[in-house]
Design a protein around this ligand. Structure first.
Ligand SMILES: Nc1ncnc2c1ncn2[C@@H]1O[C@H](COP(=O)(O)OP(=O)(O)O)[C@@H](O)[C@H]1O
Ligand SMILES: [Mg+2]
Length: 145
């Protein structure tokens, strides 16, 4: 998809979240790939907003690697929204030290991870992959697979 503005990216995120069907055997993991400034955090923030989380607070958790938000509402299937920024990590063991295996086992967790390539084989096989590409100042290409 092509997004021509911040607003369009947020709209794409909102439409995407409506199609998410939880897994029965573990967390729903969304891997967000793309260069710095390509729109990963913007997309994560828009998803958070659909769960009434206002992450000015979902700033890119560059210093905090894992941010977890409780979803108290009965309106949502998921119990926790978890935003991970693996920018500073280099290998699977580093995220495993942070309790990753427990997080991905719980089907009540919706997990978004920026820089998923930095955690290697720790990324679950069934993660939904979304790639962001910078086209020009206000345009981004967003590819889902
Ligand atoms: N169409 C667009 N979609 C998303 N972000 C856009 C778009 N056009 C411009 N931007 C800008 O690009 C930047 C994306 O930053 P961010 O989401 O933090 O990227 P990342 O997390 O990939 O490093 C923001 O400053 C945002 O305002
Ligand atoms: Mg980011």
């Amino acid at each position: 998809m092509i997004s021509k503005s911040l607003k369009e990216t947020k709209e794409i995120a909102r439409k995407f979240v409506k199609k998410v069907t939880p897994h029965t055997d573990g967390a729903f993991v969304i891997a967000l790939s793309g260069d710095l400034g390509s729109g990963k955090t913007t997309f994560a923030r828009a998803l958070a907003e659909t769960f009434d989380i206002h992450e000015r607070e979902v700033t890119s958790p560059t210093f905090v690697i894992i941010k977890s938000y409780d979803l108290d509402s009965k309106e949502f299937f998921f119990k926790k929204f978890i935003h991970v920024d693996a920018y500073r990590l280099e290998k699977a063991e580093e995220i495993e030290k942070l309790g990753w295996k427990t997080l991905i086992r719980d089907f009540g967790n919706l997990i978004l991870i920026e820089w998923p390539e930095n955690i290697g084989e720790a990324l679950p096989k069934n993660a939904v992959k979304i790639s962001f590409m910078f086209i020009d100042e206000n345009t981004r290409e967003i590819v889902f697979n």
